[in-house]
Ligand binder design. Sequence first.
Ligand code: FAD
Length: 402
Amino acid sequence: MANKVCVIGAGASGLLAAISAKNHGADVYILERNQKIGKKILATGNGRCNYTNVDATEYNYNHPRFVKNIFEQFGPDKTLQFFESLGIVPKIEEEGKTYPLSEQSSSIVDVLGFEIEKLSIKVLFEQLVNDIEKNKNGYIIRTQSQTFYADKVIIATGGMALPKSGSDGIGYKLAKRVGHKITNVFPALVKLELDYPYLKQMDGVKIKVQAELIYLDEVIHSEYGDVLFTKYGISGPTILQISRKANELLQNKQQAYIRVKLIEHLDYKDLLQRFKMLQDKSIEMALIGLIPKKLIHPILKESGMKYFNETVKNISGKQINIIINLLFDWRFLIIGSKGFDDAQVTAGGVDIEDIDSMTLESKISKGIYFTGEVLDIDALCGGYNLQWAWSSGYIAGKYAGN
Ligand SMILES: Cc1cc2nc3c(=O)[nH]c(=O)nc-3n(C[C@H](O)[C@H](O)[C@H](O)COP(=O)(O)OP(=O)(O)OC[C@H]3O[C@@H](n4cnc5c(N)ncnc54)[C@H](O)[C@@H]3O)c2cc1C
C-alpha cells in the first residue's frame, strides 16, 4: 500500500515536497492554514520571484556540508529543468539571479498549483496544524477543527519572516513536540537600526556606495550598491545582504558598525586639490556637487565643525583632513534591526544536528521530515533561499514518498 504522507504548509518547499512524494508513489495531502497556496512566493523578488540562482552552490549557505548532500541530489540544474517542464522559461540576470521570463511570481504559483491539481493532491485550506503526535501506526496531526492521520509527515511551515504570509514560527512548536531543538532564531535580510544623532536630517537620501560591516576594526562583509538612509537607520539591497552577519554579531552582544564610503573614483589627494581650488568658498559650498546636500551638515557636524559658513582657507589642515577621512570612512553604530515583519528570511531554526542530511528525515522521530526555512539553513538575497526550499522539498518528498 502507498505511504500516506501529510505535508504541513503549501509554501515553496511544501508544494515541491507534495509533488515529489506523489511522483515517488505516495498518497499525499497538504494542510495549509491560508485560503490559498504559495502566499509568500507571490511577494518574492519584488513580485518577479527570483526563484533560483544558476550559480548557487552549498557555499552560499550557513551550513554548506548539510546543503551539499541535498544539492548533489537536486540542485539548481534540476530545479531549472523541473520548472521548465512545468512551462517556466528562465530569465537569467546579473550574478546568476533567475526569474520567470514572464517576470511574475504568480507564474510560479500557477504552474505549481496546476501540477498539484494534475496529480490529484488534496490541499485542505484553513487548517492550522497545532499538534503532532506519534502513535504505533504513524502520526496523528491535529488542526483547530480536525484530526488527520499519516505514515509520514513533512513539516514545511517556513520560518518567521513575513508572518502575515502564514509562517509565524508555529513550525518550531511542532518540531519541539516531536523532540527537536531550535537554534537561536533572528531576522535576516532586514533593515538595520543605527545609533546616529543626525539620521532625521539624512532621512530619504539614497546613494550608490561601498558599504561595509566593520567588526573589531576589520571589514567582515562588503557590498556595493544602493543604500538608503532612514529616520531609524539604513536600508537598501546592500544593507539587507550585510544584515545577516550584523544581526548575528548583535545576537552575540558584539559591537559592529556600518562603514559607508561616500567617494568613488577620487582619492585623498584629489579632494585636497578640490578644497584648494574652492578655498574662497564656505566649507558647506565646497561639498556641494560632491555628496548629496542632506549629508553635508551631518558630515560637518561629525567632523566637529561648528560653523558651516567658515571659508575653506580659514580651516586648519587638521580639520580638512578629518573631513576628507570621513568622506571615505563614515561609521555608524548598529544597534538593532527591524523585526520579522520586515525580514526576507529567518536565520536559525530546527537544529540540523538531528536531521539526516541525505533524506531530511528526523533522527529523533522517524517518519518526520523537515524542509525549507523551518530548518536552520539560510543564505543571502539572490534566489538562494527559494532554491533551498525547492531542493529540500523535493528530497524530503522523495524519501517520504518511497
Ligand atoms: C518579501 C520577501 C521576498 C523574498 N524574495 C525572495 C526571492 O526573490 N528569492 C528567494 O530565493 N527567496 C526570497 N524570499 C525567501 C523565500 O520566500 C523563503 O525562503 C521561502 O518561501 C521559504 O519556503 P518555505 O516553504 O520554507 O516556507 P513558506 O514559503 O513561508 O511556506 C510556509 C507555508 O506553511 C504554512 N503554514 C505555516 N504554519 C502552518 C501550520 N501550523 N499549519 C498549516 N500551515 C502552516 C504557511 O501558511 C505557508 O503557506 C523572500 C522572502 C520574503 C518575505
